[in-house]
Design a protein around this ligand. Structure first.
Ligand code: ASP
Length: 351
C-alpha cells in the first residue's frame, strides 16, 4: 500500500510562473492553479497532500540577494516538521547560488529539498514547467535523498554542484564534478552511491540549535565578491573589488588554476588583500575543471600570495560558502581550512 505523504511547495518566483506584462515577463500567482491541475490529475501524485505556498514578493531570481537565501532557509526550517519533502520553485538565473546556500544553511535538515524552475513559463505550450515540477515532487517524495538538490530536464543534481550551462536548452543544468543523483525514466532511478553521506548531525539537535542559536552574523551584514581573471586585469581592480566586498572574493582563475602572477601589480594586490583579512578563493573559470594551484608556476605564485585553492568547488558554491562561513562566525585563522573541507558535498577535499 502506498504511504501518503505531504509535500510542501514554496513558490519564490522565476520564469516558471511568469506571465507577459506590458513591461516584459514577470512572476505571477496563476501558477498555483496550474500546479493543482497537474498534481490532481497525475495518477502517482494525486493521492498525496501537495501544498503550495506563494512567497511574496515573487522574484525574478536575477533580483535575488544573499539575504533571500537566508530568509528561504529560515522558512524551510520553520516548516520542516510539517512536510515529508519540500520543493522550491525558483528562477534559473541564480538557482545554483540559492541551492548552494541552502545546502549549507540546511545542514542536518534530514529531508529532501528539491529546487526547480523552467526555461519556458508554464503558460506557454510545450513548456518544461509541468515536467520539472512533477519530477521535483517525485524526488521530494523519495526519503533517501536527504539533501538540497536541483531537478531539471529529467535529472536530479546536487544543489551545490549544479551550474547553469545553457540559457535555452531544457537540459540547462549540469554537474561537472559530481554524477546525477537520480534520473527520471519510467520511474525515478536513484544513484544511491552518489548521495550525500556522513551528515551525522542529529536532526532534532540541529533543529533545536537553529531555533535557539541565531546566526553569528546576518547575511545582510556580509559582502562577498566574485571576479573573473582576464588578460589585462589590473591589481587595482582586485584591490577595489576587495574594498567593496571585504568579507571575501571568489577569484575565477584560468583553467587548472593559473593567473597573471608575472605582473607584480597583481601579486602585490593579492598579498595586500589577503593581509587585510579578505579571503580569496581560487576556482576555475572553466565550466568543468578543477583548480590545483600546485600545477603551474603561475598557480604556485598565487598560492604564495595567500589565494586558497578551491579545488573542484564551483564559483556559485564558493560564493555561498564564504557567506555561510562568516554567518556561523568562522575565525579568520580557520577560514582556509574550512573552505577546503566539505560541508555538504560541495567539493572533493584535496590532501
Ligand atoms: N530571469 C529568470 C529568473 O531567473 C530566468 C528563469 O527563471 O529561467 O528568475
Amino acid at each position: 500500500m502506498m504511504t501518503l505523504k505531504t509535500i510542501r511547495i514554496l513558490y519564490v518566483g522565476g520564469t516558471i510562473g511568469m506571465e507577459q506584462t506590458p513591461s516584459g515577463y514577470a512572476p505571477a500567482t496563476s501558477l498555483v492553479h496550474r500546479i493543482a491541475t497537474w498534481t490532481t490529475t497525475h495518477p502517482q501524485l494525486a493521492p498525496h497532500d501537495i501544498q503550495v505556498e506563494v512567497c511574496e514578493p515573487l522574484l525574478d531570481s536575477a533580483n535575488a540577494v544573499p539575504m533571500d537565501w537566508s530568509r528561504l532557509a529560515s522558512r524551510l526550517w520553520a516548516q520542516r516538521d510539517s512536510a515529508d519533502g519540500f520543493v522550491v520553485l525558483h528562477g534559473t538565473d541564480t538557482m545554483a547560488y540559492t541551492a548552494s546556500a541552502l545546502s549549507f544553511l540546511l545542514k542536518g535538515f534530514g529531508k529532501p529539498v528539491v529546487v526547480t524552475g523552467s526555461q519556458l513559463p508554464a503558460s506557454i505550450p510545450h513548456s518544461d514547467a509541468e515536467g520539472n515540477t512533477l519530477g521535483a515532487i517525485t524526488c521530494a517524495l523519495e526519503p533517501r535523498i536527504k539533501e538540497v538538490t536541483i531537478f531539471f530536464g529529467k535529472r536530479l543534481l546536487r544543489g551545490n554542484r549544479a551550474r547553469k550551462r545553457c540559457s535555452e536548452a531544457f537540459d540547462s543544468f549540469g554537474s561537472p564534478h559530481w554524477p546525477a543523483l537520480a534520473e527520471m525514466r519510467e520511474q525515478l532511478v536513484v544513484n544511491v552511491a552518489g548521495l550525500l553521506k556522513g551528515d551525522k548531525t542529529p536532526v532534532k539537535a540541529t533543529l533545536k540549535a537553529k531555533v535557539q542559536t541565531p546566526a553569528t552574523r546576518s547575511f545582510d551584514t556580509i559582502s562577498v565578491g566574485l571576479l573573473k581573471l582576464f588578460p589585462g586585469i589590473s591589481g587595482d581592480l582586485i584591490a577595489a573589488a576587495a574594498r567593496i566586498h571585504p568579507d571575501g572574493l571568489v577569484l575565477e582563475l584560468y583553467g587548472a588554476g593559473a593567473g597573471p602572477a608575472a605582473d607584480p601589480d597583481i601579486t602585490t594586490a593579492l598579498r595586500e588583500v589577503v593581509a587585510r583579512g579578505t579571503p580569496i578563493v581560487g576556482v576555475s573559470q572553466s565550466y568543468s575543471g578543477k583548480v590545483d594551484l600546485a600545477v603551474y608556476e603561475a598557480g604556485q605564485a598565487l598560492a604564495a600570495c595567500g589565494v586558497i585553492d578551491g579545488g573542484d568547488l564551483s564559483a556559485e558554491a564558493g560564493l555561498a560558502k564564504i557567506y555561510y562561513l562568516h554567518s556561523i562566525g568562522t575565525a579568520p585563522a580557520k577560514f582556509a581550512e574550512a573552505m577546503r573541507n566539505s560541508i555538504a558535498g560541495e567539493l572533493c577535499p584535496t590532501a
